[in-house]
Design a protein around this ligand. Structure first.
Ligand code: FAD
Ligand code: ZN
Length: 466
């Protein structure tokens, strides 16, 4: 029997597709930057099926690419070299829920996991713009960040246990819900952020938290990013660390959203060069609103902020968040953009932005920096839009020059060239420039040990060994 037939048998009658129309959407990523091809899409429904599939791939040296919701931004989920595509989308059951933990399968959509927690009067804090389509398996494999990292941590911090299928098909059942477990190496951590190169995550035990009783959202105007850094420190002090999101936005970003995204409005009367979207939440009912009102009034009085509005209603909160979450979408409508997902120490953000924006102008005069994102985590999406009226292709041809310069600057500030989206293929060749030779050696050794035939997502994160 051919390898493809064996794989189809292992996945079961509903567990595969060779239909070009069904496969097509799985082959292109959100930005349209990477396009792949595959002879076969596998859609297993159980861990045993994933195990059987990987055992065959291991035995026959057949390369396979895991895919969740296909919202990844670095090309990691795309079969660029004609690999088999393994979609976890049918593995989407919630296996159990208790006050401290939710156990769900890897293909569970993030929003469904949030809803399951909410139905049990608990809270799962991972939250990112594509939460209606990204999956828990993808979130963990990319160690996703999002808007609540400041308070609750990255995806990695939200995991108690994992179930993983190894490259040779063996199943690692580590679905424990223990808060403490120091029995040697913490193996689950190896697969979190590994982008499907070391194993396939099939299920996870996720931490649940108290459901917020009080939630306040503010939109604050300020002159520069240095004021934003100071404002964050003040609000954390005033609320006793209850700030859960602190998102920076430049005026140009807001303008692009207002121009391209329907049903949006400027929350403040006078334009300001920079804004912060701030959210504070509390698991207990408390006068959060009054605390924020008092502190924001004080910062305006001190000249640190220039204006601010508190949301007041759920609808107003949603409207403010829409401004922030539409920023990538709005940039898409404005033409081509060159994007960077970087982090630097929070204190270095103002200087990094100042030097970074000047650098952009020297590389492509007229290019429009739209840096926004998770200031509270030191993570800026340093995106650059094509010059007004400029040629998209000519601009995108400068991607490598631009990225090298921006990443060199990030490195100079002791930062990271991928704060939350991962490496995939997009940053693979740059990685050795910024990671030490020793770190690269350990990563290669790990890959060789975990996946000796190089079948799992080959060419992602690391250049395949010959
Ligand atoms: P996919 O895109 O399908 O896969 C991502 C990677 O994980 C691939 O390498 C894939 O091979 C691997 N993988 C997927 N499932 C498994 C599995 N079960 N086992 C092993 N490997 C697997 N990310 C953030 O962190 N923060 C943000 O704020 C954020 N905002 C975004 C905004 C927009 C508009 C978009 C389009 C993306 C954004 N992302 C963000 C990136 C993306 O949504 C995340 O990386 C997300 O975690 C990917 O989940 P997914 O299910 O779509 O994974
Ligand atoms: Zn982000």
């Amino acid at each position: 029997m051919s390898t493809l037939d064996r794989l189809k048998n292992a996945a079961g009658p509903k567990g595969f597709s060779e239909d070009a129309a069904e496969i097509a959407p799985h082959l292109v990523e959100w930005r349209g930057k990477y396009k792949g091809h595959t002879p076969l899409l596998l859609k297993p429904q159980t861990t045993a099926e994933v195990s059987a599939i990987l055992a065959i791939c291991h035995e026959t040296h057949t390369a396979i690419v895991p895919q969740g919701g296909n919202t990844g931004l670095v090309g990691g989920q795309i079969p660029l070299d004609g690999e088999i595509l393994l979609s976890l989308s049918r593995m989407n059951r919630i296996r159990s829920i208790e006050p401290g933990a939710l156990i769900c399968e890897a293909g569970t959509i993030l929003a469904d996991a949030q809803r399951a927690a909410d139905a049990a009067e608990r809270y799962f804090p991972l939250s990112l713009a594509p939460e209606g389509s990204c999956t828990i398996g993808g979130n963990l494999s990319t160690n996703a960040g999002g808007v609540n990292v400041l308070r609750y941590g990255n995806a990695r911090d939200l995991v108690l246990g994992l179930e993983v299928v190894l490259a040779d098909g063996r199943v690692l059942d580590m679905l424990r819900t223990l808060r403490k477990d120091n029995t040697g190496y913490d193996l689950k951590q190896m697969f979190i952020g590994a982008e499907g190169t070391l194993g396939v995550i099939t299920a996870a035990a996720l931490k649940l938290f108290a459901r917020p009783q009080a939630r306040e959202t503010a939109f604050v105007a300020m002159r520069d990013p240095a004021a934003a850094v100071e404002l964050l420190a003040r609000l954390q002090a005033a609320t006793g660390g209850l700030v859960s999101a602190f998102e920076l936005m430049p005026r140009i970003g807001l303008e692009l959203v207002l121009a391209h995204i329907p049903q949006t409005a400027d929350p403040l009367a006078t334009p300001s060069p920079w804004y912060a979207l701030v959210e504070a939440t509390s698991g207990a009912a408390m006068p959060l609103r009054e605390t924020l009102e008092t502190e924001l009034a004080r910062t305006i009085g001190d000249g640190l902020a220039t204006d601010a509005t508190l949301a007041g209603s759920d609808a107003r909160q949603a409207a403010l968040w829409r401004l922030r979450e539409s920023m990538s979408e709005a940039q898409k409508h404005e033409g081509a953009s060159i994007k960077h997902d970087v982090s630097v120490p929070i204190r270095a953000i103002p200087e990094f932005l100042k030097q970074g924006m000047a650098l952009v102008e020297t590389i492509v005069p007229g290019a429009r920096p739209v840096p926004f994102g998770h200031l509270g985590d030191g993570n800026i999406h340093f995106n650059i839009s094509v010059p007004k009226g400029g040629n998209n292709e000519a601009f995108l041809a400068r991607w490598e020059d631009m990225s090298r310069a921006v990443h060199d600057l990030v490195h100079h500030f002791g930062g990271s060239i991928s704060a939350e989206h991962g490496i995939g293929v997009m940053k693979r060749d740059d990685l050795p420039l910024y990671k030490s030779a020793a770190e690269m050696d350990v990563m290669r050794a790990l890959k060789k040990t975990m996946d000796p035939h190089g079948i799992l997502n080959p060419g992602k994160i690391l250049i395949p060994s010959p």
